[in-house]
Every structure is written in structure tokens, then in C-alpha cells.
Design a protein around this ligand. Structure first.
Ligand SMILES: [Zn+2]
Length: 333
């Protein structure tokens, strides 16, 4: 009797240990599932939070980005993203700032057209223009970028993703992946999406060292990516002098309207170039004076460009940074 009850106690202890182990194993296995389920719950659908598209011409739509820094509230949707519907397919110009933003963009496209998405064009590497790529990946489009874009992505995108995970939050950024172009452009290229031609052009170093524009000769619309900012303070991540040269080149494009990378979203061309020209000219003039007077980088950051302050959103966030970059460049003139 005693022996039996001892054995029964042993079995009882063994069973509870086994149950404990199984519970832990089950809990550990459930973690990945819980994480995998996260992206859908933290990325609002277009019904929950509207995705505002502006129709700027026949079969031509733009979502205007918010003039904000990256926050969880804006889902990293801070740049303009566009699409053009041809007779046979759709071309997307910039994909948004996160997988979530890209997915919402794709839903907004699908509410208008079911045609295949043949091209996703990235105007440059900045995350607000490329981090939506993954949302289009399964549709197998040709991802197009400047010939320097793959290198820029390898150099910079991992750091951008780390930063955005911190600023926007891992839940909203979940699913965001670095998707490199499958086709690159050294000079020019024309794509045809059926009755509609898009002319792509690669540039020398300006906003970045891999800027790309898209021109639609049918409606005379130009997409500049961040070669043109409106309202939002321009950001120099390439060369201020190079950018000035490229702007002169852009001014010759016979467009009637422009969709900039930030601002607009649909502005008269080439008048829309003027405010940015004034900003860059002011910076150059102020910096050359500071350099001539033997001024320091600190003086450049706190003094250059200040007369432009009232004309631009997020001036405090970008002007000092622009002044540093341009000071370093102009110092060697
Ligand atoms: Zn940019």
C-alpha cells in the first residue's frame, strides 16, 4: 500500500514537471506566431485610417506626404507617392516609408484599378521613398532605380531601417525589407505601360548621388523625386553645387506641371523651382561669406540660410544640417 502510494506520488510529480515543461515549450513556440500576427494589427487599413489620393490628371494619382519627421502616428508616410495607369499596366513612382505605408498604398491603387503593376520606380534611396517596396514585391514588378541606387541601399538602408524601427516603432515597421532595383539606369530609359510613355532620367550628384526623374510627355508631367522640395525644407544629402546645376538642367524639361518629392502635390512648371532656388542660393551666398571671413562650422550652422526660415516647414530640423554639409563642400572651392 505504502509502495503503491509512493509510486503514485512519483508519477504525480513527474506528470506536473512534464506539464510544466510542455507549457514552457508551447509558450516559446507561440511567441513567433504572436510576433508574426503583429504587423496586421498595428498597420491600420484604409477603412480605419484614410489614404488620401489626389487625382492630378487622367489615370494619374498622388498621395501627398505629411510635412513631419518620422513618427508612429504618420506610419512613415511623409513623402509623395504616385501611380500612373496605362492601357496595359500601372507604374508606381516611389513606394512609401514602410511596408505598412506601401500596403496601404497598394490597397488604394487596387480600389481604382486591377491592372498589373509592371514597374516600381524609386527616385532615390531615402527610406520615405523606398521602404514601401516590399508591399509590391509579390506582384513581381520591375523595380527601377539609378545605377548608384543598389550601392546606396547597401550602404545606408540598414541604418535607416534601424532608425525607423526606433522612431516609428517596430510594430508599424514590421515586414519592411530592403528591396533593391532589378533594373538600373545610367542615363535615360523609356518605359511603356500601354498608350502612355514614361521617360526616366538619371542625374549627377544633386539631392543625392543617385537621383532619378520621370517625365510623362503625354500630359507633360514631371516627377522630380527630391530634386524638388516645396513647403518642406530641402535636404542636402549630395552636393549643393551639383544640385544647382541639375536644377538648371531640369528647367529645360518642357513639362507643364511637376509632382515634387515633398509638397505640391501638383505645381506649375518651371515656376515651382523658384523657392528652392532661392533657398539654395541664400545658403551658398551666406556660406561663402562665412568662409571668406574665416568663420567656423558652428557659425555656418547657426547663421547660414536664416533669412529663408519663414518660407519652409521643418526648417529647424534640416537647415543646420544642410549648412554643415554645404559648408564642408564650399570650403574646398
Ligand atoms: Zn530624399
Amino acid at each position: 500500500m505504502t509502495i503503491i502510494s509512493k509510486q503514485a506520488r512519483k508519477i504525480g510529480i513527474f506528470t506536473s514537471i512534464l506539464t510544466g515543461i510542455l507549457t514552457v515549450i508551447f509558450a516559446l513556440c507561440a511567441v513567433p506566431f504572436a510576433l508574426a500576427a503583429e504587423p496586421t494589427s498595428s498597420c491600420p487599413s484604409n477603412e480605419q485610417m484614410s489614404f488620401n489620393l489626389t487625382k492630378v490628371a487622367d489615370n494619374t494619382y498622388v498621395r501627398k506626404g505629411a510635412h513631419e519627421l518620422f513618427t508612429p502616428h504618420n506610419l512613415a508616410a511623409i513623402s509623395n507617392v504616385s501611380f500612373v495607369i496605362g492601357e496595359t499596366s500601372i507604374a508606381v513612382i516611389d513606394s512609401g516609408g514602410s511596408y505598412c505605408d506601401g500596403k496601404r498604398f497598394l490597397s488604394a491603387i487596387r480600389a481604382i484599378s486591377q491592372k498589373p503593376i509592371s514597374h516600381v520606380i524609386n527616385t532615390h534611396v531615402h527610406p520615405d521613398h523606398t521602404f514601401g517596396n516590399q508591399a509590391f514585391k509579390a506582384l513581381n514588378p520591375i523595380f527601377i532605380g539609378h545605377e548608384n541606387l543598389p550601392r546606396a541601399m547597401r550602404d545606408k538602408s540598414h541604418l535607416y531601417l534601424e532608425n525607423l524601427n526606433r522612431l516609428v516603432g517596430e510594430k508599424i515597421m514590421a515586414g519592411t525589407k530592403i528591396v533593391e532595383p532589378s533594373q538600373t539606369i545610367k542615363d535615360t530609359m523609356t518605359i511603356n505601360i500601354g498608350g502612355r510613355e514614361l521617360r526616366l532620367q538619371a542625374y549627377q550628384t544633386a539631392h543625392t548621388d543617385h537621383d532619378l526623374t520621370v517625365y510623362d510627355p503625354t500630359f507633360k508631367i514631371l516627377w522630380t523625386g527630391d530634386l524638388l522640395f516645396q513647403e518642406h525644407t530641402p535636404v542636402i544629402d549630395g552636393s549643393i553645387l551639383g544640385w544647382k546645376k541639375v536644377m538648371d538642367q531640369l528647367a529645360k524639361i518642357p513639362a507643364k506641371h511637376v509632382i515634387p518629392g515633398h509638397g505640391g502635390p501638383f505645381l506649375a512648371w518651371p515656376a515651382a523651382l523658384k523657392p528652392q532656388q532661392a533657398y539654395l542660393d541664400t545658403l551658398i551666398k551666406d556660406l561663402r561669406r562665412i568662409i571668406e571671413e574665416g568663420g567656423t562650422m558652428r557659425e555656418a550652422q547657426t547663421q547660414a540660410g536664416l533669412s529663408q526660415k519663414k518660407s519652409w516647414a521643418l526648417f529647424g530640423d534640416f537647415n543646420a544640417r544642410n549648412a554643415s554639409a554645404a559648408f564642408a563642400e564650399l570650403e574646398w572651392e
